[in-house]
Ligand binder design. Structure first.
Ligand code: HCB
Length: 216
C-alpha cells in the first residue's frame, strides 16, 4: 500500500476513533519507512483537524472529540520513543512552553515539546491552562532563550499578547525570544502582538527555534 493510502487510513481511524486500525496502520507506516513526525503531521494531525471540522458542523459531539483526542495523545506518546534524539551533547537552547491560561488544548503543544526535545532543546513544559505569571517565573528560573506559547481558541489567544507585556514588565523581554502557535494563530497575529516567531506546526517550530537561537 502506498504511503499516502496509509496516511489516509490513519486520518480516518482518528475520525472514527478506531484504535485498532490506527495503531496497526501507524506500525505499518513506520515499517514502510515513514518517519514518526510524518505520521504525526500528515496523518494524525489532519485527522484531528477533520474531527474539529465535523464538530463545528454539528456532525460530531464533544465526547467523540474527547475520545479522538485521547487516541491521538496515546499514539503521539508511543511515537515519542521512536524519535531518536539528535546525536549531540550540545544544548541547542532552553525553551519554556505551555498552553496559555483558560485553554486546555494541549495535543499540539505536546507535539511541539517532543520535537523540540528530540532536536536538542532543553524544554520545560508548564502544561495547559498555565498562568502567564508562570511563563515569566520559569523563564527567569531557567534563564530561557525562548518562551513558546500555545493558544487554540480565539478567546485565549489574547493571552499571548498579554504575555509579551508581562515579559517586558519583568524586564526580561530583551533577553528572551517568543514564539506563538495554535490553530487560530498566524504570522499576522505574531507581528501584531510583537512575538518573535510564529510556527504553523511542530517541524516549523523547530526551524523557527533554531533561527531564533542563531539570531541571539
Ligand atoms: Co476544543 N475547540 N474545546 N477540545 N478542539 C477547538 C479548538 C475549536 C476550534 C472547535 C470548534 O468549535 N470548531 C473550538 C475553539 C473555537 C474558537 O475559539 N475559535 C474549541 C472549543 C470551543 C472547545 C471547548 C470550549 C468546547 C466546550 O467545552 N464547549 C473546550 C475548551 C475548554 C477550555 O479550553 N477552556 C474544548 C475542549 C476540547 C477537548 C478537551 C475535547 C479537546 C482537547 C484535548 C486536549 O488537547 N488534550 C479538544 C480538541 C481536540 C479540539 C480540536 C478538535 C482539535 C485540536 C487539536 O488537538 N488539533 C479543535 C478543532 C481544531 O483545532 N480544528 C477544537 C491537533 C493539533 C496537532 O493541532 O493546532 O493544536 P494544533 O497544534 C499544532 C500547531 O498549531 C502548532 O504545532 C502543533 C503540531 O503541529 N502549535 C504550535 C501548537 N502550539 C504551538 C505553540 C508554539 O509556540 C508553536 C507552534
Amino acid at each position: 500500500m502506498s504511503n499516502e493510502n496509509l496516511l489516509e487510513i490513519i486520518r480516518e481511524s482518528i475520525v472514527k476513533v478506531d484504535r485498532e486500525t490506527a495503531v496497526q496502520t501507524v506500525e505499518s507506516a513506520l515499517a514502510q519507512g515513514l518517519q514518526a513526525i510524518e505520521v504525526i503531521e500528515k496523518g494524525l494531525s489532519p485527522g484531528m483537524q477533520k474531527v474539529g471540522d465535523l464538530f463545528e458542523r454539528g456532525e460530531l459531539f464533544l465526547p467523540q472529540v474527547m475520545m479522538a483526542a485521547g487516541l491521538m495523545t496515546q499514539i503521539v506518546q508511543s511515537l515519542q520513543d521512536k524519535m531518536s534524539p539528535e546525536q549531540t551533547t550540545k544544548k541547542n537552547g532552553v525553551v519554556i512552553i505551555g498552553t496559555v491560561e483558560g485553554d486546555v488544548h494541549d495535543i499540539g503543544k505536546n507535539i511541539v515539546k517532543i520535537l523540540l526535545s528530540v532536536n536538542g532543546f532543553e524544554v520545560h513544559d508548564l502544561g495547559r491552562d498555565a498562568l502567564l505569571s508562570r511563563f515569566v517565573e520559569k523563564a527567569k528560573e531557567f534563564n530561557a532563550n525562548i518562551v513558546a506559547s500555545s493558544a487554540l481558541m480565539t478567546g485565549t489567544m489574547q493571552a499571548q499578547g498579554d504575555l509579551e507585556t508581562l515579559l517586558k514588565e519583568a524586564g526580561i523581554r530583551d533577553r528572551v525570544k517568543t514564539m506563538v502557535g495554535g490553530a487560530p494563530c498566524t504570522q499576522y497575529w505574531a507581528d501584531k502582538i510583537g512575538a518573535n516567531a510564529y510556527a504553523e506546526n511542530a517541524s516549523e517550530a523547530v526551524t523557527k527555534a533554531r533561527e531564533l537561537m542563531a539570531a541571539q
